[in-house]
Write a protein that binds this ligand. Structure first.
Ligand SMILES: Nc1ncnc2c1ncn2[C@@H]1O[C@H](COP(=O)(O)OP(=O)(O)O)[C@@H](O)[C@H]1O
Ligand SMILES: O=C(O)C1=C[C@@H](OP(=O)(O)O)[C@@H](O)[C@H](O)C1
Ligand SMILES: [Mg+2]
Length: 193
């Protein structure tokens, strides 16, 4: 299937029986490409960071600063449990924050009840994209590219658990979204039929 026209994308969306979760390092495009992918498929889009911010009435940066990262991970796990529960039996695109898939409980939820897609790019591209806005507490101190390389080393094995890997290169957002849709289609064909 060519997967360039909306009927074909609609066909793929109709076959989704669980949410798609985009995982990967900061700057990969999970939030922006994820929204494009959901629009293309005609399914709901949710960004977990935004859900946490709305529930806490604080920014991600403020939550890290006031309560620490473990507290943020607990909230993140609760949001995933709710969203994944709500979206069983249908399609939805969920943009995870970069560290979510390295929390054992969150990862187990995603692996068992969603389709994880590891969206990836090289560290220089990630650093450039992730520092366009000063919203990421883990990149506030030191050299962003070095920090991303350190996080990659720590998280690589976790991201590797995702059954689908897509490169978020220099192409436009919709190009990357189409690449994800193609990979999903092949995965569903093979494993769900
Ligand atoms: N394929 C792409 N091409 C160009 N810019 C991109 C691409 N993917 C993401 N970006 C840009 O990089 C920045 C970070 O993207 P975002 O979706 O917030 O990443 P993430 O949620 O993975 O941290 C945003 O400014 C976004 O527009
Ligand atoms: O990698 C991480 O641990 C984080 C990534 C961020 O999300 P994005 O990956 O969408 O930037 C956000 O959840 C928080 O700043 C922590
Ligand atoms: Mg994001």
């Amino acid at each position: 299937m060519a997967l360039t026209s909306s009927p074909e994308l609609g066909d793929l969306a109709a076959r989704l029986d669980r949410p798609i979760v985009l995982v990967g390092l900061m700057g990969a495009g999970k939030s922006t490409v994820g929204r494009k992918l959901a629009d293309m498929l005609g399914v709901e889009f949710v960004d977990v960071d935004h859900e946490i911010e709305a529930a806490a009435n604080l920014t991600v940066g403020e939550i890290f600063e006031r309560f620490g990262e473990p507290h943020f991970r607990d909230g993140e796990r609760r949001v995933f449990a709710r969203l994944i529960g709500e979206s069983q039996g249908r399609g939805m695109v969920i943009a995870a924050g970069g560290g979510a898939f390295s929390d054992a409980g969150t990862r187990a939820l995603i692996v068992e009840r969603a389709i994880a897609v590891w969206l990836d790019s090289d560290d220089a591209t990630l650093a450039e994209r992730a520092t366009r806005r000063d919203t990421r507490p883990l990149l506030r101190d030191g050299d962003p590219e070095a920090k991303l390389a350190e996080l990659r080393a720590k998280r690589r094995a976790d991201y590797g658990v995702a059954p689908i890997w897509v490169k978020s290169g220099r192409g436009a957002h919709h190009r990357v979204a189409i690449d994800i849709a193609r990979s999903l289609e092949m995965w569903i064909e093979r494993w769900i039929g």
